[in-house]
Ligand binder design. Structure first.
Ligand code: NAD
Length: 280
């Protein structure tokens, strides 16, 4: 069976069209969803992500605010900015663009965000609810991955899922969501022994490693759904964690660019609109 491309760009566009309609309806009730993105310092990759998030908000008819803070800002001043946005009735979502400079405590800053405005789902309260299987804000990238897998139309109950990567923002939450969907989940990481032995069993394989071309065809079960989360820059070009040659073996594959990335932004808009719905 030839490998099918899971087109995140197209699915994200359809999702954003639906969000724009929801925003228009909210506006008739006097509510314009608002997203604030906090950017500390001027990391070039973060600048691009923040700009893209702002453009996506405006295209959907939402309000967007970028709060630019100097790299040398103190923890206290950062918290003051977060508190100001927590108190702003026009702001439904607050996103702290990561990574932040090393002298700052990321955990403390994320936990200062009002959990109702935590559209990234990184606050400990929201992360805890996800772990407990309660309704909560689901982090954007894992949420987008689940939508992409849904597009493949592959039933998940009883399937073997393998996640490579154990970060708080991708690996752990996607493993929880796949488990909640009925998969038997294995989380692999940098200390895993015989990685390919695990990945070759996967009906669903998620690569969130941050190493270009890390997953090779010999690591993939024929017909597997392969989700490439990686964003790597090699000689000026963006590429994923999965070697494109995997398409000779996989049943479904997400491209990079044009797979998980656009879905992450669409889910950010969706989480912000959901927060605005609660305000309305
Ligand atoms: P991270 O650096 O926090 O985590 C990487 C994980 O890979 C770690 O858990 C580590 O144990 C594991 N790993 C490293 N080397 C390994 C090895 N040899 N074998 C097995 N596991 C290994 O990264 P992250 O924040 O989870 O992001 C992962 C990738 O996804 C990055 O390329 C990042 O840019 C990308 N990303 C993309 C999106 C998107 O919207 N598409 C969102 C978030 C992250």
């Amino acid at each position: 069976m030839p490998c099918k491309t899971l087109d995140g760009k197209a699915l994200a566009q359809r999702t954003r069209d639906g969000i724009a309609k929801q925003v228009a309806e909210l506006k008739t009730r006097g509510v314009t969803p608002g997203l604030a993105v906090i950017l500390v310092g001027n990391d070039p990759a973060s600048e691009i992500y923040v700009r893209n998030k702002g453009i996506a908000c405006e295209k959907a008819g939402m309000r967007s605010e970028t709060v630019r803070l100097p790299a040398e800002i103190s923890q206290e001043r950062l918290h003051e900015e977060i508190e100001r946005l927590n108190a702003d009735p026009e702001i439904d979502g607050i996103l702290l663009q990561l990574p932040i400079p090393g002298h700052l405590d990321e955990r403390q800053a994320l936990d200062r965000i009002d959990p109702r405005k935590d559209v990234d789902g990184f606050h400990l309260v929201n992360a805890g609810k996800l772990l407990a299987g309660e309704k909560t804000v689901v982090p954007c990238t894992p949420k987008g991955i689940m939508r992409l897998i849904g597009e493949a139309g592959v039933p998940l109950v009883g399937k073997e899922a393998v996640v490579i990567g154990r970060s708080n923002i991708v690996g752990k939450p996607i493993a929880l969501l796949l488990m909640q969907a009925g998969c038997t989940v294995t989380i692999c990481h940098s200390k895993t022994v015989n990685l390919a032995g695990h990945t070759r069993r996967a009906d669903i394989l998620v690569a969130a490693v941050g190493k270009a071309g890390f997953v090779t065809p010999d690591m993939v079960k024929p017909g597997a759904v392969v989700i490439d989360v990686g964003i790597n820059r090699v000689e000026g070009k963006v590429c994923g964690d999965v070697d494109p040659a995997v398409s000779a073996v996989a049943g479904y594959l997400t491209p990079v660019p044009g797979g998980v990335g656009p879905m992450t932004i669409a889910m950010l808009l969706e989480n912000t609109v959901e927060a605005a719905e609660k305000r309305a």
